[in-house]
Design a binder for this molecule. Sequence first.
Ligand SMILES: [Zn+2]
Length: 238
Amino acid sequence: MKDIFIAKHLSIFIGATILSVQNSYLCNRMSLHQYPSTLLENAVQEFSKLPGIGRKTALRLVLYLLRQDVDDVEAFGNAVVSLKKEVKYCRICHNISDTEVCHICNNLSRDGSIICVVENIKDVMAVENTQQFGGLYHVLGGIISPMDGIGPNDLEIESLVERVKAGNIREIILALSTTMEGDTTNFYIFRKLASYDVKITTIARGVSIGDELEYADEITLGRSILNRTNFTDSFKIN
Ligand SMILES: [Zn+2]
């Protein structure tokens, strides 16, 4: 009799627990996927398309915008739309620009005989921030990546060959990622430019500043030994 009593109460307890878990799951689903307004839902949907932004962060950003003045929100929206509609790309180096030829290509104090080839606009900014390069750039718009369906014809490689063909180019610096795709692109460009009288270099690859040798991988350390420099060059700024 006592056993039957315990079994009965145990089954009621288990049943209640399952119902409670189901309810909390349903509540969570509702709070994640249901919004009190379609406008809010649409805005969250658009924000969550941005890289690194999940739906929770998107909702936070949208609610923040909702609390701002109309003028501020309009300025935000207009800046995004204008960026897409009005931005130009330099017809020489393909860097982002407000004018047909960018301020770097237009700068006569820069050395027009050296071109640094980079993957994208962010890389131009990265090299510029070093304040160590006084030449011009060429933005490829990506690197050769068969896995992503990106071939040489999808990139600004022919226009680089045209720049070299036009003359007055003394050196091409290949400053691409040190990945297999980067190396493939380097080699493709090297082959394309092999028949022209131009020096082709790559950025140095080796142990990073501040790194301890024992933590450097074998390939990086091996390259550093092969590409060793004169000690007096190691502390030169230019
Ligand atoms: Zn330019």
